[in-house]
Design a protein around this ligand. Structure first.
Ligand SMILES: [Zn+2]
Length: 155
């Protein structure tokens, strides 16, 4: 398994993380599920969401339930599905925290994490990693992230 993402969408996630610093940003990955066991999930759009966690937004995020439902509905109307979720780790590496594991509900989705250090996206491989939740939810499995500057989705 893995995640395929247009370069411009990855850029958008990194910029969202920078703009939200020192708070966590969060959003949905909209696109198409894996066609088969070897194919990657394909992102069409990274959909930015508001971090609705008022108590501890520097190291927690929550989706606003109404915004979440509206985004899911809009995605369906465009023939897209929610295939994953993204959030940022301000001044922490792009690796899931115990909190992330405790709050990740769904195997079969991508959990993309970006690292924003002192307000700037980390460079290279350290900037973004994606994970899949194991079926028994006991741990995350890192998956490959492929980005491309070429938009191959057809409308
Ligand atoms: Zn996290």
């Amino acid at each position: 398994m893995g995640l395929w993402m247009p370069g411009a969408q990855m850029e958008a996630v990194l910029r969202h993380g920078e703009a939200s610093y020192p708070h966590e940003c969060c959003g949905l990955l909209l696109g198409h599920p894996a066609a088969d066991a070897r194919a990657p999930r394909r992102v069409v759009e990274a959909h930015a969401m508001r971090n609705a966690n008022a108590a501890s937004p520097r190291n927690r995020f929550d989706f606003d339930p109404k915004e979440h439902l509206a985004a899911q509905r809009q995605a369906r109307e465009r023939g897209l599905e929610v295939i994953g979720f993204y959030h940022s780790h301000p001044d922490h590496p792009a690796r899931p925290s115990q909190y992330d594991l405790d709050h990740a509900a769904w195997p079969g989705y991508s959990y993309l994490i970006v690292s924003i250090m002192e307000g700037r996206a980390a460079s290279g491989e350290a900037a973004a990693r994606s994970f899949e939740l194991a079926e028994d939810r006991s741990h995350f499995i890192q998956e490959t992230v492929e980005t491309s500057g070429v938009e191959t989705e057809s409308a």
